[in-house]
Design a protein around this ligand. Structure first.
Ligand SMILES: *[C@@H]1O[C@H](CO)[C@@H](O)[C@H](O)[C@H]1NC(C)=O
Ligand SMILES: *[C@@H]1O[C@H](CO)[C@@H](O)[C@H](O)[C@H]1NC(C)=O
Ligand SMILES: *[C@@H]1O[C@H](CO)[C@@H](O)[C@H](O)[C@H]1NC(C)=O
Length: 282
């Protein structure tokens, strides 16, 4: 049925285009289980699934040659968000649909800006910064892109000054992604927000600010700050408006070490947070 197939292909392309145009980088990050991620997200009702066997989109976590790692979590209804047991729920809505006679599918996105893999802007925790416009559109792309260290931290503690000191992160290192117990516990795969995650305590954040050159802090759950020090640790990091916090990263099954990170938030005027697409390149 070549006609049907090519029609399907066109429809798929339209779907992808439409979503791309209006949803930008967010919604294409779907993935499904593969060898590297046997217990991944599961099959999503994503683009074109079920249309026909050869119309199944390829979703990747790691590119075959191991040079590119997608460290962004897929957005799906179970994606966790702070303070909710239910995840983000339905975040895409079809406003026009081909099933209903429209020439195209056309979706709208509704999403908390601190859900899933995301970035915090200084306005997140400082009223005066928020009012002055320190939003995600003002974040420095030079900080969000460049050489980065992926480090493992001890699994039995939160990120205190002692832990920071023990990591011996060399001066000059500007970007560090901290892999913690959160990754082992697969907390980002659970839709219920779990306050027992590992994060920075206030003194750990202060130690990092005082003793390192780190300007990009990445972590593997929804908040860089441990729940017990949620406000103070955020305040320490965001005060100077020089440190960018990237949260909810997917750091599973990647060797610790030096990479190039590329992180791109959306240009949302006035937003103190944004979904962010991050990749590591070897
Ligand atoms: C959207 O487009 C897909 C892709 O061809 C089509 O199969 C589907 O029926 C459309 N969805 C709706 C709800 O109209
Ligand atoms: C299609 O139209 C029906 C009837 O108006 C409505 O109930 C349904 O929600 C519509 N579906 C979509 C995907 O727009
Ligand atoms: C880290 O702190 C949280 C509270 O913010 C606590 O529930 C958790 O048990 C701590 N984790 C470790 C490994 O100490």
């Amino acid at each position: 049925m070549p006609f049907l197939e090519s029609k399907m292909r066109v429809v798929c392309k339209l779907l992808v285009l439409t979503v791309l145009l209006f949803v930008s980088t967010i919604s294409l990050a779907f993935s499904s289980p593969n060898d590297a991620y046997p217990t991944g997200y599961g099959d999503e009702p994503g683009a074109c699934v079920g249309a026909s066997d050869d119309l199944r989109p390829l979703r990747r976590e790691v590119y075959e040659d191991g040079q590119i790692f997608d460290i962004t979590h897929q957005f799906n209804p179970n994606t966790p968000i702070g303070d909710s047991d239910e995840g983000i729920g339905q975040f895409l809505t079809l406003l026009s649909s081909m099933k209903n006679g429209s020439d195209y599918n056309f979706s709208e996105l509704r999403l908390g800006v601190h859900a899933g893999t995301h970035v915090d802007a200084p306005g997140h925790m400082y009223e005066e910064y928020y009012d002055a416009g320190f939003d995600v559109d003002s974040l420095d792309l030079r900080v969000l892109n460049g050489p980065a260290l992926l480090v493992d931290v001890p699994r039995d503690k939160n990120l205190t000054a002692d832990v920071m000191q023990s990591l011996h992160i060399p001066k000059g290192v500007k970007r560090v992604l901290f892999r913690t117990l959160n990754t082992d516990r697969r907390l980002m795969w659970k839709k219920a927000f779990d306050t027992s995650y590992v994060g920075f305590m206030k003194d750990g954040a202060q130690w990092l600010v005082d003793n390192t050159d780190i300007k990009l802090v990445g972590i593997d759950y929804l908040s860089v700050a441990a729940f017990d020090d949620l406000l103070p640790a955020h305040h320490v990091f965001l005060k100077s408006r020089e440190i960018i916090l990237v949260e909810g990263l997917k750091l599973d099954d990647i060797e610790a070490g030096l990479y190039t990170v590329h992180c791109l938030p959306l240009r949302l005027l006035g937003a103190e947070g944004s979904p962010i697409r991050c990749i590591l390149i070897k």
